[in-house]
Design a protein around this ligand. Structure first.
Ligand code: FAD
Length: 386
């Protein structure tokens, strides 16, 4: 069963969906409204489930070669004491790979390189999507341009216009209560670990080291939506100056204009379906989650492979979309709930007694038990595309 598809959104989810659809013989157009990648100055970690999805898309090896395995690290207190140590070798033993870290711009480039020129994103701001005839969907940009296809994949991110058109009564994304500032360091920093998270009261600082010696750091703070600082780097130096090494050194290795600042949103009310007629919702458009488990993009990659596999094997597109919805909704929404809970028990916890109790429980949890908890989300086997 071949067909034609328009993928709205050229982010990780949209590009992955396009690669998957191409691999099963569909003709694909990707439309993207942003001229530049908004998160280019940040990094991302990918767990076994995301990497396995990338393997199925034929991009896994390229991503692994450009990424750095996160073998050493864990969670610390601001004074530097360890709450948990994470052993990447244990994850490798259990699921074949540690988590890996990669600059977002590199991941994006590798996904784009997996597409032929005629499937690369074209500049187009999708305004409305509607069914024009049985089995045909039309995407319009509001300026008279239109594209028609058998299927539209809505991969237009957390603020998805397509989602709000399909579900007008849905409340849409809400502020999670946290805001994140992050950057890639300008130069190499002497890091003793591949990744760390440090939890203070209502604040988290973390880093991911990359293959080229640079690192991404992020600072997550419990703050009302819209809070902005005149000099973000100076504000972070003020808040984190007495946190353990290498936190001040990471801030010192950063150019002030490299700091990105976004409020963290999530789709707290789950969607009732990821498929409406011939429109499939995918990635953050379907299940935007908080970043506390590092799973948003991994879930988008799972979506992309599952959608392509369903279309390759189901007797009709409608059956495939029903199967995609049935397979993806329960899992991605469970991961989103777990991510929210991880944030509440981690970065967002601020009462001193609760923080002490949590820290004690974490110190007493054996490393193998902590690894098992993580594996609940990472252990996912993709359907085969070929
Ligand atoms: P997006 O990346 O938002 O892409 C949507 C695209 O659609 C955009 O390019 C946008 O310009 C385009 N678009 C929107 N509207 C239109 C329109 N009308 N017409 C045309 N184009 C349109 N996930 C992980 O797996 N690991 C991590 O370590 C991790 N860390 C994170 C850290 C932070 C601070 C945050 C905020 C998220 C993190 N995530 C992580 C989550 C991950 O970044 C997202 O889940 C993922 O990028 C979503 O990809 P997407 O393609 O669905 O959406």
């Amino acid at each position: 069963m071949g067909g034609t598809a328009v993928v709205v959104g050229g982010g990780i989810g949209g590009l992955a969906a396009a690669i998957g659809l191409r691999r099963i013989g569909w003709e694909v157009r990707v439309v993207e409204r942003a001229p530049v990648l908004q998160d280019a100055g940040a990094g991302i970690s990918l767990a076994a489930n995301g990497l396995r999805a990338l393997d199925e898309l034929g991009v896994g090896e390229a991503v692994r070669s450009a990424a750095r395995g996160q073998y050493s690290g864990g969670t610390r207190t601001p004074a530097g004491g360890w709450l948990t140590r994470m052993d990447g070798a244990l994850l490798e033993e259990a699921v074949g790979t540690p988590i890996v870290g990669i600059p977002r711009a590199t991941l994006h480039r590798l996904l784009r390189e997996a597409l032929p020129p005629d499937a690369l994103p074209i500049g187009f701001d999708a305004g409305s999507v509607r069914q024009t005839a049985p089995g045909t969907v039309r995407v319009e940009d509001g300026r008279g341009e239109a594209l028609e296809a058998d299927l539209v994949v809505a991969a237009d991110g957390i603020g998805s216009r397509i989602r709000s058109g399909l579900f007008p009564a849905h409340p849409g994304p809400v502020h999670s209560g946290s805001t994140v500032l992050r950057a890639l360091t300008e130069e190499t920093v002497d890091l003793r670990t591949d990744f760390e998270l440090t939890w203070g009261r209502g604040a988290e600082f973390g880093h991911i080291a990359f293959r080229d010696g640079r690192a991404e750091w992020h600072a997550v703070l419990s703050l009302p939506a819209g809070t902005r600082f005149p000099d973000p780097l100076a504000e972070l130096r003020r808040r984190f100056h007495d946190w353990h090494d290498p936190i001040p050194a990471l801030l010192d290795a950063t150019r002030p204009d490299a700091v990105l600042h976004h409020d963290i949103g999530e789709l707290r009310t789950p969607l009732p379906s990821y498929a409406v007629g011939r429109i499939a919702l995918l990635g953050d458009a379907a299940h935007a989650m908080t970043p506390h488990l590092g799973q948003g993009a991994c879930q988008a990659l799972e979506d992309a492979v599952t959608l392509a596999a369903a279309l390759a094997t189901a007797p009709t597109t409608d059956v495939a979309l029903a199967r995609y919805d049935a397979e993806r909704r329960p899992r991605s929404q469970a991961v989103a709930r777990a991510a929210r809970q991880a944030g509440r028990m981690g970065q967002q916890l601020s009462h001193p007694v609760a923080v002490t109790l949590r820290n004690t429980a974490m110190r007493l949890t054996p490393s193998r038990a902590a690894t098992r908890m993580i594996l609940r989300h990472h252990a996912w086997t993709p359907p085969r595309l070929r």
